[in-house]
Design a protein around this ligand. Structure first.
Ligand SMILES: Cc1cc2nc3c(=O)[nH]c(=O)nc-3n(C[C@H](O)[C@H](O)[C@H](O)COP(=O)(O)O)c2cc1C
Length: 320
């Protein structure tokens, strides 16, 4: 038994060691050329389950407004897809989920209209380290470039992870290590990103998408989601605790929850944890390998964490 375990461990390590140095530089093919331009209308849209990507998107939008641009900003489900082609700067934001851009957001981006030659930029928010963040930002920018957008830049912004399984499995300190984020430096990085993109657009300077292929890029999305799904041993809505607020159904990006029956379609579920992370009544019953999971909002409350806002988004004196 021990020999078998050792063999599996060794094989996994060998695979990782073989793929880690295999960090290839993979430049994306010809993207649309950007012509120097003073943009006047920008659109900033994002996907966000627990607010990190939204906060970054709103700050980027405010920074662009401070540069006298007219800006439309919102969650992708609030954005009129066709209007994206009317902007002269497009910025998209996504969280990194399972080493990738979440499938629901990808689907929406695939259906964007042609944005030929319009400068575009991408940012991702992530938690912890080593989660394929750089490549995910590349993927997001590639999706815009596939629609004809001219890449102007990309960035990654760190946060406390919202992957509820980590703290529910006892690894609380691994998450709390980042509880100070976003701090002043993180917000400055977001402001600088917006200004840098604007400069590049003024100068007509294309950005080259340079993806690194490592083992996480190979096991991203579906394989990762499936391995999590296999370990989710229970996923229902507790009728007694449910306050029928509809937060879980609104947050679920794949319509897997039927609140009238307090039922979760677990085949449809993509394990984004949006329901458990956001339920204000802790009515989502979910277990990972038999252990009960509690969500992000509850984690923040239990640990007395204050997420500070940038001054542009808050009137409170504690803003950064
Ligand atoms: C289901 C799920 C999967 C995640 N996977 C990754 C990952 O692969 N890499 C990473 O760096 N962070 C990962 N995270 C952390 C999130 O990317 C991070 O907390 C992000 O800022 C959340 O953004 P949001 O609040 O806008 O939804 C994951 C979080 C969740 C809930």
């Amino acid at each position: 038994m021990n020999d078998r375990r050792l063999f599996i461990k060794k094989s996994a390590l060998t695979l990782m060691t073989l793929s880690m140095p295999m960090v290839l530089s993979c430049k994306t093919g010809a993207a649309a050329k950007m012509n120097p331009k003073k943009p006047t209308k920008a659109i900033v849209f994002w996907y966000s389950q627990t607010g990190n990507t939204e906060r970054a998107g709103r700050l980027i939008a405010e920074t662009l407004k401070n540069h006298d641009l007219e800006v439309v900003a919102g969650e992708y489900r609030e954005i009129d897809r066709e209007s994206v082609a009317d902007a002269d700067l497009v910025i998209a934001g996504s969280p990194v989920y399972y080493y990738d851009v979440p499938a629901n957001f990808k689907r929406w981006l695939h259906a964007l209209p042609n944005i030929e030659g319009i400068p575009c930029a991408a940012y991702v928010t992530f938690g912890g380290t080593g989660g394929n963040q750089h490549n995910t930002a590349c993927t997001l920018l590639e999706l815009l470039a596939d629609k004809g957008g001219a890449p102007a830049g990309m960035e990654t912004f760190g946060n406390m992870s919202t992957f509820a399984i980590t703290w529910s499995s006892g690894n609380v300190n691994r998450v709390l290590k980042y509880k100070h984020l976003p701090d002043k430096n993180a917000y400055d990085k977001m402001r600088d990103f917006a200004s840098l993109i604007l400069n590049r657009v003024h100068e007509g300077r294309n950005f080259e998408i340079d993806k690194e292929i490592d083992f996480r890029e190979l096991i991203k999305a579906t394989p990762s989601i499936w391995s999590t799904k296999l370990c989710i041993t229970h996923h229902t809505i507790d009728k007694k605790k449910c306050i029928e607020c509809g937060t879980c159904t609104k947050k679920c990006p794949v319509d897997a929850i039927d609140l009238s029956k307090h039922h979760v379609d677990t085949d449809r579920c993509i394990a984004c944890l949006g329901c458990v992370n956001n339920c204000p009544a802790q009515a989502v019953d979910m277990a990972f390998m038999g252990k009960e999971i509690y969500g992000y909002n509850e984690f923040v409350r239990r640990n007395n964490i204050q997420i500070r806002l940038p001054k542009e988004l808050s009137l409170k004196p504690s803003a950064l």
